[in-house]
Design a protein around this ligand. Structure first.
Ligand code: HPA
Length: 272
């Protein structure tokens, strides 16, 4: 089946299964999935029921689409995401983003857990993504261009819409939520980076590293969506501290900053 047909079938299924027509989409990263449980009028559709939807295998990624209301806005939440390291091409793991665009979403909020590369960061910090470095050695737009969505050579100079970042930064400052702003660099994973790779990342201008977000942001930009990216710095990246990196630390820090993170998401929904 052609990719356009897959997208159209998934979009048609969603439009049939809910009357909600959100313009804001939200992707919840590792340990951040339960924001979806705070929506009112929630309609939950497991990824496994949506035609052609890839199903996540990573721990902490439930795999459901939740429609509902938050801060007076209609939103649709991707609770759990597919990572490139699970083995599918980036073109396929980003299909849900195109489906959201096909049902009318105009703004996409991407969240993730990330390792801190910037030495001034601390585990538990929240970082607004200003820009990214795609170090995954792939691109979700490789293959025939989907003309119905966007151009062959899309602009990538303002993916994380500057205007939205300005609004979010002032709202966060007003609410007393500390917010870093920096460059997110994607590695494919699933192994964490080596200390040498992290030193390289720092030289290249990265403030945080992670294994997601970039493919979704590129596809969203291709579809003409405005993107907001927020990283939860769950750990200092490899080699910064004299200890090994373990997934448990990522989940523990995500749990610790849970309330502040939710507060920030509410504020983002209020201002965009
Ligand atoms: N590296 C890559 N991905 C991550 C990290 C990290 O240190 N922490 C959370 N996700």
């Amino acid at each position: 089946m052609e990719i356009e047909e897959k997208i159209n079938a998934a979009a048609a299924y969603l439009l049939e299964h809910t009357t909600q027509r959100p313009t804001i989409g939200l992707v919840l990263g590792s340990g951040l999935g339960d924001f979806a449980d705070t929506l009112t009028d929630a309609v939950r559709i497991p990824f496994s029921q949506i035609p052609n939807f890839p199903v996540p295998t990573a721990p902490g990624h439930a795999g459901a689409l939740v429609f509902g209301k938050k801060q007076g806005k209609d939103v649709v939440v991707l609770q759990g995401r597919i990572h490139f390291y699970e083995g599918l091409p980036q073109r396929e793991i980003t299909l849900p983003v195109r489906v959201l665009a096909a049902i009318g979403v105009k703004q996409l909020i991407l969240t993730n857990a990330a390792g801190g590369v910037n030495m001034a960061y601390h585990p538990g910090d929240l970082m607004l993504i200003a820009d990214h470095i795609n170090y995954s050695f792939s691109n979700p737009l490789i293959g025939p261009n989907l003309e119905g969505f966007g151009p062959r050579f899309p602009d990538a100079s303002d993916i994380y819409t500057a205007q939205l970042r300005t609004a979010i930064k002032s709202a966060a400052a007003e609410a007393g939520i500390p917010l870093q702003e920096g460059v997110y660099m994607m590695f494919s994973g699933p192994s964490y980076e080596t200390p040498a790779e992290i030193r390289m990342a720092r030289v290249l201008g990265a403030d945080a590293v992670g294994m997601s977000t970039v493919p979704e942001a590129l596809v969203a930009a291709h579809c003409g969506l405005q993107v907001v990216g927020i990283s939860c710095i769950t750990n200092m990246a490899a080699g910064v501290l004299p200890r090994k990196l373990v997934h448990e630390e990522v989940m523990e820090t995500a749990a610790r900053v849970h309330d502040t993170f939710q507060q920030l998401l509410e504020l983002v929904l209020a201002v965009i």
